[in-house]
Design a protein around this ligand. Structure first.
Ligand code: ADE
Length: 228
């Protein structure tokens, strides 16, 4: 998979993609993440990419020209399965969207700033609009990083244990069960004995029950959706 991200502050995301699982996923050739500085596509001397809103009002609007130039340049090199604009008024991101996007070949993310982008960008180029929650960030960069992280870890081979992404919270609309590691006893508190039993079927049954109890208690809305 290839993920391109257009931003006015690409440096903000550099270190995020240069560490841990995301770094390993790139080094192993499972995914390539390329950051693009929108200002490189401005024709103005000051590398300006925004302007005052027609009709007045506070806040600047990201101009259509540099964004169009950047997207068209990238499109001339490859086809994008989705061109995604990160915006608080998009559809709320969830595990199902992450699963779907992880199956694509080339994704392009556009990070908004200020008052957002000129509506013509959205009408002409954007195929999907995503929000990561009902709050407003100062830019779309963190939101794009959140989506890219959730997508990349689902690509086969990126996680060491191939099955572990499938047992995450939210797959099957259930939250993940509690987990424990050594020591088996800490300050008098032990771990559930079944986990030490070595009996795989019983362990799986216990984990499933715990998932159900957790989901019922913490996320009754998800429990409803699970159909259990
Ligand atoms: N840009 C600003 N706020 C955002 C949010 N909640 N989700 C996605 N992009 C954003």
């Amino acid at each position: 998979m290839r993920i391109d991200i257009i931003s006015v502050v690409p440096k903000l995301m550099e270190s995020f993609f240069a560490h841990s699982i995301l770094k390993r996923g790139q080094e192993a050739g499972h995914v390539e993440v390329i950051l693009h500085d929108l200002r490189d596509y401005s024709l103005s001397k000051q590398r300006q990419v925004d302007d005052y809103a027609f009709g007045g009002g506070a806040g600047m609007v990201m101009s259509v020209e540099p964004i169009a130039r950047c997207i068209r340049h990238l499109q001339s090199e490859r086809h994008y399965d989705e061109i995604i604009y990160m915006t608080p008024d998009g559809e709320t991101f969830n595990q199902q969207t992450a699963n779907q996007l992880s199956l694509q070949g080339n994704l392009l993310f556009l990070c908004g700033h200020y008052k957002g982008v000129d509506q013509r960008v959205r009408d002409m180029f954007i195929t999907k609009e995503i929000s990561i929650g009902d709050y407003v960030l100062s830019g779309g960069e963190l939101a794009a990083a959140v989506c890219a992280d959730a997508i990349i870890r689902l690509i086969p081979g990126v996680l060491n244990d191939e099955t572990s992404a499938l047992t995450d919270s939210f797959q099957d609309n259930l939250l993940a069960p509690p987990v424990y590691t050594r020591p088996a006893e800490f300050e008098g508190i032990g771990v559930p004995p079944v986990l030490l039993s070595g009996h795989e079927a019983k362990i799986n049954e216990w984990r499933f029950e715990q998932s159900i109890e957790r989901t019922k208690a913490r996320r009754p809305d998800l429990y409803q959706k699970s159909g259990l």
